[in-house]
Design a protein around this ligand. Structure first.
Ligand SMILES: [Cu+2]
Length: 108
């Protein structure tokens, strides 16, 4: 299990008015560019820290509209290999616009 920390900014300030998109703060897909294996994951909430993986799966929270979303997101990702990964991160802003951003990462 690997950790990925992401902070979403609105211009030069952390984005404090994100809206849930399909019940979660954000969606992340990491695709291994060599073997095309991928993982789709969602950020953990603070309420889930200290829970076992089984507990987290049972208590996966659904974020309600209007609930504050911390723009500092922490993902658990399951990468099988070191190497280059394409990350797509998807989230909804305060105007309801969905953003999909892409990064190239190196898992070391
Ligand atoms: Cu998702």
């Amino acid at each position: 299990m690997n950790m990925l920390d992401v902070t979403i900014y609105d211009h030069d300030q952390p984005a404090e008015h994100l809206q849930p998109f399909l019940g979660v703060a954000a969606h992340a897909i990491l695709l291994n560019v060599n073997d095309l294996t991928y993982d789709h994951t969602h950020p953990m909430s603070m309420a889930m820290s200290g829970m076992s993986m089984d507990q987290m799966m049972k208590h996966m929270p659904v974020i309600k509209p209007g609930e504050h979303i911390d723009p500092h997101l922490m993902f658990h990702v399951n990468l099988q290999e070191r190497g280059a990964y394409r990350l797509w991160l998807q989230f909804k802003d305060q105007n309801g616009q969905i953003h999909t951003v892409s990064f190239l990462l190196s898992a070391i």
